[in-house]
Write a protein that binds this ligand. Structure first.
Ligand code: SF4
Ligand code: SF4
Length: 132
């Protein structure tokens, strides 16, 4: 797990349940960009289902389409409503997003209209012993 918080030890010891969270997958349409490397990989993998679910993105790039919930169209699986359905071949933007980062904590705190707030990250941190 990577982190860029002031107290890396605290975050390293905290548990982040990405597959049960998925808050960072709720963004404005067109903002979860896909890279040129993603496009090449999905062609090589013959993931035409993924390629077909791409639409116009910001900065004249391409991005994941979004579903009715407001989340990325790949967000949610049967029995796992916040898991990524294409996790093994998810986009570079998703891979590079830092779990435990300030932005991750902000997304978790604010939650989404569809899924509600995640457990308070401060509660997670309160369970962590912080050296003085
Ligand atoms: S917001 Fe953070 S904890 Fe939640 S899925 Fe994204 S990276 Fe994981
Ligand atoms: S591809 Fe997966 S990890 Fe990336 S935004 Fe969509 S659901 Fe989330």
């Amino acid at each position: 797990m990577r982190t860029n918080l002031d107290n890396p030890l605290a975050i390293e010891n905290a548990e982040f349940d990405c597959l049960e969270c998925g808050r960072c997958c709720y963004q404005r349409e067109g903002t979860i960009l896909v890279s040129a490397a993603d496009l090449v990989r999905w062609h090589r993998e013959r993931r035409f289902d993924v390629l077909d679910a791409i639409g116009p993105g910001h900065f004249s790039q391409q991005a994941f389409q979004h579903g009715a919930t407001g989340a990325c169209i790949h967000h949610g699986m049967p029995g796992a409503p916040h898991a990524c359905a294409i996790y093994a071949t998810r986009g570079d933007t998703c891979r590079e997003f830092e779990v435990g980062s300030r932005q991750c904590l902000e997304f978790r705190r604010e939650g989404s209209m569809a899924s509600g707030p995640c457990p308070d990250p401060n509660e997670i941190l309160s369970r962590t012993v912080i050296p003085v």
